[in-house]
Structure formats: structure tokens, C-alpha cells
Design a protein around this ligand. Structure first.
Ligand SMILES: *[C@@H]1O[C@H](CO)[C@@H](O)[C@H](O)[C@H]1NC(C)=O
Ligand SMILES: *[C@@H]1O[C@H](CO)[C@@H](O)[C@H](O)[C@H]1NC(C)=O
Ligand SMILES: *[C@@H]1O[C@H](CO)[C@@H](O)[C@H](O)[C@H]1NC(C)=O
Ligand SMILES: *[C@@H]1O[C@H](CO)[C@@H](O)[C@H](O)[C@H]1NC(C)=O
Ligand SMILES: *[C@@H]1O[C@H](CO)[C@@H](O)[C@H](O)[C@H]1NC(C)=O
Length: 185
């Protein structure tokens, strides 16, 4: 029995998610983001010598893939860093209450695993990209309180198997925030 427990504990210490280290692709993309934000002091924990899944502020991983990224501070300005589109594993992108300006990149829709896109309360300009409707897992979008034109494309949420009553809020042609489901993470 003791031996079995020992084996189990060795097994778990090797295979627990926390033992996965950051995927190089994701780390490189984060370092590109840091560079495009002029190595902002708020990102000083993003140290190329360390694992991006351990102690990088605003970054969380699942099995070594970056799934959560938050850049939320009025100190972050300039364009939304284009390299975010390289982190294909992203589930949650939370860039609310920052000072980003310029457009929402069209190819943000390359993030096919994204369930939450939060860009409210920035200084973003230009159209709300129609490509948002091509994000199969998107469950909620907040792009309100910017200087954007247009609205969330009315076919958003059609692919998420969401209920009609929530989906209809995304089909409101003046909407800049909507949920495809009742609860979102
Ligand atoms: C926000 O960004 C603008 C430039 O787009 C800059 O002039 C302003 O100082 C920034 N605000 C803060 C609080 O950093
Ligand atoms: C998305 O477009 C930007 C330029 O608009 C580019 O820098 C970036 O590499 C593109 N992302 C991907 C994944 O191709
Ligand atoms: C997207 O999510 C699915 C299901 O959770 C996962 O199996 C897949 O590896 C993810 N894709 C990426 C690029 O992380
Ligand atoms: C979206 O809007 C267009 C034009 O207003 C309309 O033809 C189309 O049926 C709408 N699609 C959905 C899914 O509501
Ligand atoms: C559409 O959205 C606007 C702004 O959020 C709101 O005032 C209006 O009541 C909504 N219309 C419908 C039909 O939900």
C-alpha cells in the first residue's frame, strides 16, 4: 500500500498541470506583446528567463498553453498588440479599462478558442469587425465605451449553440455588448 501511494505521488508530481511549462510559441507571442508595449514596467514579471506560466502577471495557462490574458490598466496605450492573434489557445482576453486606441484587429477572429472578448472602456476606433461572427466559441463580447462604429455582427453566437433569448441580444443592431449564454466565466 505504501509503495502504491509512493507511486501515485510520483505520478502526480510529474503529471499535474502545474508541471507543464509554457509553450514556446505562446511565450514568444507574449514577449512580442511586451515589446509592442515598449517593455512597460507593469510587465516586468514577463522575464524571458522564466516560465511564462509561472508568475507572469495577467497570464494563466492550462497544460502549458496560455488560456487567459489580461492587460487592464489605463497605463497601457497604443494599438492592441497584434501578436495576441498568435496565442491560439486563448480562452479569455480581458483588456477592459485600458487606454488602447486604434482598431480592433480583423484577424482577432483567428482566436478560435476565445470564449470571452473584453475590450470595453478603451479609446478604440474604427468598425467593429464583422469577423467576430466567425469565432465559434465566443460566449460574450464587451466592446462598449470606445469610439467604435457599427455594432456586434448579428450572426454572432449563432455557432455557440446558445439559447435564443440570449442570442437575440447579440442580434440587436445597436449592441456593443452581449452574452450568448446566461453565465460566463
Ligand atoms: C492614453 O493614450 C493617449 C494617447 O492615445 C495619451 O495621450 C494619454 O496620455 C493616455 N492616458 C493615460 C492615462 O496614460
Ligand atoms: C494579424 O494581423 C497583424 C497585422 O494587422 C499581424 O501583425 C499579425 O501577425 C496577424 N496575426 C496572425 C496570426 O497572422
Ligand atoms: C481549443 O480548445 C480545445 C477544447 O478545450 C482544446 O482541445 C484545443 O487544444 C484548444 N486549442 C488550442 C490551440 O489550444
Ligand atoms: C442580420 O442582418 C441582416 C440585415 O439586416 C439580415 O438580413 C439577417 O437576416 C440578419 N441575420 C440574423 C441572424 O439575424
Ligand atoms: C438594443 O440595444 C439598445 C442599446 O443597448 C437598447 O436600448 C435597446 O432596448 C435594445 N433593443 C432590443 C430590442 O433589445
Amino acid at each position: 500500500m505504501k509503495l502504491l501511494l509512493l507511486h501515485l505521488s510520483i505520478f502526480f508530481s510529474i503529471y499535474l498541470p502545474s508541471s507543464y511549462s509554457c509553450t514556446p510559441n505562446d511565450k514568444n507571442a507574449l514577449l512580442e506583446i511586451k515589446k509592442s508595449l515598449n517593455n512597460h514596467p507593469l510587465l516586468s514579471s514577463w522575464n524571458p528567463q522564466t516560465d511564462c506560466c509561472t508568475g507572469w502577471s495577467g497570464v494563466e495557462c492550462t497544460y502549458g498553453r496560455v488560456t487567459y490574458l489580461t492587460l487592464s490598466s489605463k497605463q497601457f496605450s497604443g494599438n492592441i498588440p497584434p501578436a495576441i492573434t498568435k496565442i491560439k489557445s486563448l480562452d479569455i482576453l480581458f483588456f477592459k479599462y485600458s487606454n488602447f486606441s486604434g482598431p480592433i484587429p480583423d484577424n482577432i477572429s483567428d482566436l478560435k478558442n476565445l470564449t470571452y472578448l473584453g475590450l470595453s472602456e478603451n479609446q478604440l476606433t474604427g468598425p467593429i469587425p464583422g469577423s467576430l461572427s466567425q469565432m465559434p466559441k465566443l460566449e460574450a463580447i464587451h466592446v462598449n465605451d470606445n469610439k467604435l462604429t457599427g455594432s456586434i455582427p448579428n450572426s454572432t453566437c449563432l455557432t455557440t449553440g446558445s439559447q435564443e433569448k440570449y442570442r437575440s441580444r447579440c442580434q440587436n443592431t445597436t449592441s456593443t455588448q452581449c452574452f450568448c449564454r446566461e453565465t460566463v466565466s
